[in-house]
Ligand binder design. Structure first.
Ligand SMILES: [Cu+2]
Length: 267
């Protein structure tokens, strides 16, 4: 009987927990394929999307928030190429699993940037210090029992999100860390570093920022220090009980001051 249960649950996992990854990238309008780890074929040397071992696009949980996998996904390793983008330009990403971002997975969409201080292709992920360049959380009480969230806006824009690279950012190579946090089972978490709760989907992209800007990123944090797990925006009450989440506080640091003048695309 036990072996039957194990067999059944193993068979169900790919369907129940197949989630998502960044499958397509546009940098200043130039298209790149992303990295699809499922099935894991040969890594595409011509993508700025990071290699990961996260087959099925599975989520991370509060228990992962101080672990290396929260930086740029499980098995995250830098891309070989860095997509050129002028400071002030837009990077667009499309999430696909294949299939749409799951409608049940309401939550905020967040973007972070870290300088590589050299080529990103051989950067050590643990050395990266990120600032937040944009975030969006609950939007309004419409559409769903849980209200309308940034993740729903993403779904309604072809499962895609536009990220404005800060105007005047100094030229050089940077890692864009883009993330969706799904809150539909966040109330099942039991506190900081819980094995249950909110689901985290970080993905990283190598960028080569161009231009004559002078803004440098200082005061960034390791991605292992962005969240603890018991913040009100992570360990929240039952999302399904109300569509009004006007008091929702997006987790993580405040948006970097250098990005505040460049938030017309992502607020
Ligand atoms: Cu999920």
């Amino acid at each position: 009987m036990l072996s039957i249960i194990l067999l059944v649950s193993t068979a169900i996992v790919p369907f129940t927990f197949a989630h998502s990854h960044i499958d397509e990238i546009w940098a200043n309008g130039v298209h790149y394929a992303g990295w699809d780890p499922n099935p894991a074929g040969p890594y595409n040397a011509q993508t700025p999307g990071w290699f990961t071992t996260n087959q099925g696009g599975n989520p991370l949980y509060p228990i992962d928030l101080n672990q290396n996998q929260i930086i740029c996904a499980k098995g995250g390793s830098p891309a070989n190429i860095s997509a050129p983008i002028p400071a002030g330009g837009v990077v667009r990403v499309k999430w696909w699993q294949p299939g749409e971002w799951p409608v049940s997975h309401h939550g905020p969409v967040l973007s972070y940037l870290a300088p590589c201080n050299g080529p990103c292709s051989n950067v050590n992920p643990t050395s990266l210090r990120f600032v937040k360049i944009g975030h969006k959380g609950w939007i309004n009480p419409s559409t769903y029992d849980e209200g309308y969230w940034a993740s729903d806006e993403l779904r309604d824009d072809d499962n895609s999100w536009n990220i404005k690279i800060p105007t005047g950012l100094k030229a050089g190579e940077y890692i864009l860390r883009h993330e969706i946090i799904a809150l539909h089972v966040a109330h099942e978490g039991t506190g900081a570093y819980s094995p249950k709760g909110a689901e985290f989907y970080p993905q990283c992209i190598n960028l080569k920022v161009t231009g004559t800007g002078t803004k440098t990123i200082t005061g960034g944090k390791s991605a292992k220090g962005l969240y603890v797990g018991n913040e009100p925006g992570i360990q929240i009450g039952n999302l399904h009980q109300t569509s009004d989440h006007a008091d929702y506080v997006i987790p993580g640091p405040a948006v970097w001051s250098g990005a505040l003048t460049a938030r017309s695309v992502e607020s």
